[in-house]
Structure formats: C-alpha cells, structure tokens
Design a protein around this ligand. Structure first.
Ligand code: SF4
Length: 376
C-alpha cells in the first residue's frame, strides 16, 4: 500500500496516535523550556545539520552568555564565534550576529510575528522561518528537516529522489497537509521526535511506532529503502599546508580569516591549499607570502591533521617555519596576531586548528623548540 491510499489514513493517525505519543515521550531539551522566538531561533540555527546531543552543551553555554537578542547584538563577532567554535557551519553564527544587530537597530529588538517577516531576515530560509513561526508562535507552518523527510518518505513509500528540489516541494506539501490546525508546534516537534527516536536511519523501531498501522514502507517490509537518494559524488580531497612560526618572544603567529571566506572570522595557523605540482613546503611559503607578505624558511613537518568538512576532506600538513624577510601585514586575511601558546584558546579556531593547538600545548615549552633553523 502506498501513495494516496495510505495517505488518507496518515492524516487522522497523526492526531489520534502521533501527538499523544509525543506528549508522553518527548525529550526534556533545553530549548523546549521557556520558549521564546529568540531561543527557538538559536536552537534551530544550531540544530541545522548537527545532532541534538552535540548541540545541547553549545546551546546552554550560548544562551547563558547571550540571553537576549540585545546581548547577542552588542557582542563582538569574535565572541559569538568563540561560543560557536567546534559546532561547524560558521555562517550560521555570522548570520545570527548580523540578524541580531539588524533586529535591534531596525525592529526595536523584536522578531517579526509572521512567516513572511521571518523569511525576510538575513540568513533565514524557509526551514528556519517555518520553525520559528510554528514553535514560537504556533502558526500553521510545517517544517521539513532530515528527520521529517525520512518519516514522510517511509510513511508513503515515496519513490522519488528526495535530494531533488521538485520532490522536496512534494514532501513539503505533504508535511503541510499533516498539520493539525492550531497544533503546529506539537505536530512539527512530534514528527521530528519520531524521526530522532523511533524512525531512525538504520534501525527503525517500527514495532514501537505510533504510526505503524498506516506506514506503507513498514507494510511492504522495506523501511530502510527510504528515503530514496541518488548517491553523492565522491567528496574532493585537498592537501593543505600551514606554518607554525615563533617570534623571539616565544609567541606564535596566527591569522584571522576574512568574514567572506569559508570559516570566516575564525583564526588559523596561516597557510592554504597546495596547487598542482607544488610541494607542501613551497605551498606554505607561497601562502604566507600572499596572505601576510613575509618570506619563509620552511623546516620540519610537525604533524598531519586529517579533517572532513561537509563537501571536502583535507590533510593539513603543519610545518615549523621562520620568517626570513618582512613583517607580517594582513594582505589576504582580516588580521594577524602573535600569541603565547597558552593564550591561543582565547581566540576562535576551527577543529582542524585545535589539533595544532593540542600539539603545541603538549610539546615541551609550548613547541618553541620547533624553531627549524639555528638563530631563529
Ligand atoms: S512504521 Fe517504521 S518506517 Fe514507518 S514511520 Fe514508523 S518507524 Fe518509520
């Protein structure tokens, strides 16, 4: 049984079975308490592409430091990034900061109360607008995140590729149709919770599912065949070089990425991607010349950090180096600084750079003996 036959039974089953199941089984999550548009918005930004257990400590810390839109707007971007550090997808943090400033300056620090008003905010797309409209204001907008897509695909044995925008539109329409009017917040959360707790990607617990009697995939015995997705293309790989450079005071050189770049606003050990045919030491030397205007001598390789981003993987080769000529200038970066190793963690870095900081912190004398050449 699939498509419209099952569909006609799903709608009443949501009100009859799913909502009571949710009321009994919902997790006690920090963003479900004292629900305000601001807190819902922060939670939804953090939860995008990120697991609940990962988000929880970040959310608590973020709300403690920025309890209101005003406090977020007044904070320097770097402080906001520091509280987002390690959560990934840093554009979300930059957009949150920009939106907070916009709302405080233009809207008396209040969130719009309509879906259209929310959608007009910088960095807010249909998903976040629907989430805030429904969860904060209980307006009848359905959310379609990864959990909901999986549940809907299985309930109706949806045969098409869910990565295609046209098919997403169909699923969005189905999600809209399932909303019990006046109960959007509960409906949305119930669907998401079902996907997180019962209708999980690999081992759905169909025997405990409140929608099992109306689920087409379960009746066909093929829940894990859904959602259908075309395989992704292989993820590209990059070889990246970076330099650890100490000055005579024992401070290490770090640079801040431009806000328009990937990981924008975060700090890094300066370097960049190897070009075709280039050796890694040559890559490090070229990158430092372009980024900071200095000529390097590149010494031994200290470590290799492997890291996966959403759309590519990197091997980050970290070299000890010293400046042979020139003083650093922020040419292709937002800023630079010389810092003692023990103060590096005051700045926001990406996870790949954390590995370098860990390495230096564990090294004798904070790695200062890694001066690659005598007299450095
Ligand atoms: S019956 Fe199984 S496959 Fe269907 S919605 Fe429930 S958990 Fe998912």
């Amino acid at each position: 049984m699939s498509g419209p036959d099952t569909w006609s039974q799903v709608r009443p089953a949501v009100a009859r079975s799913l909502l009571p199941w949710f009321d009994r089984n919902q997790r006690d999550l920090p963003w479900r308490r004292r629900r305000t548009p601001y807190r819902v918005w922060v939670a939804e930004l953090m939860l995008h592409q990120t697991r609940v257990d990962q988000v929880e400590p970040y959310y608590r810390r973020f709300i403690r430091r920025f309890p209101s839109l005003k406090s977020l707007a007044e904070a320097p971007l770097q402080t906001v990034l520091k509280h987002w550090e390690g959560l990934g997808y840093y554009a979300r943090a930059r957009n949150a900061h920009r939106t907070a400033r916009h709302l405080v300056a233009q809207q008396h620090g209040r969130f719009p109360r309509t879906y259209e008003g929310l959608l007009a905010l910088p960095g807010v797309g249909p998903y976040t607008a629907a989430a805030v409209a429904s969860l904060a204001y209980n307006l009848d907008y359905a959310v379609l995140d990864g959990n909901v897509i999986r549940v809907l695909s299985r309930l109706t044995a949806f045969p098409a590729d869910v990565r295609q925008p046209a098919n997403r539109t169909i699923l969005q329409q189905r999600a809209n149709a399932l909303l019990v009017p006046g109960h959007a917040a509960r409906c949305n959360e119930a669907m998401m919770e079902l996907g997180a707790l019962i209708c999980t990607p690999r081992n759905p617990r169909c025997d405990r599912c409140p929608l099992r009697k109306v689920c087409a995939a379960r009746q066909a015995g093929t829940p894990t065949a859904y959602p259908r997705k075309t395989p992704r293309r292989p993820v590209p790989h990059k070889e990246v070089g970076a330099a650890v450079i100490f000055n005579r005071r024992g401070e290490v050189l770090v640079a801040q990425r431009r806000t328009t770049a990937m990981l924008g606003g975060l700090w890094e050990f300066p370097g960049g991607t190897r070009e075709p045919g280039e050796s890694l030491p040559a890559c490090v030397a070229r990158e430092l010349r372009e980024e900071l205007g200095v000529t390097l001598q590149v010494g031994e390789r200290l470590l290799i950090v492997k890291h996966a981003y959403s759309h590519f993987t990197i091997a980050l080769h970290v070299y000890a180096a010293r400046i042979r000529q020139g003083r650093p200038r922020a040419i292709e970066c937002a800023d630079y600084d010389w810092r003692p190793v023990e103060r590096l963690r005051e700045l926001p870095f990406s996870r790949a750079d954390w590995a370098i900081i860990d390495f230096l912190e564990k090294a004798p004398a904070g790695g200062r003996h890694y001066r690659p050449f005598s007299g450095a």
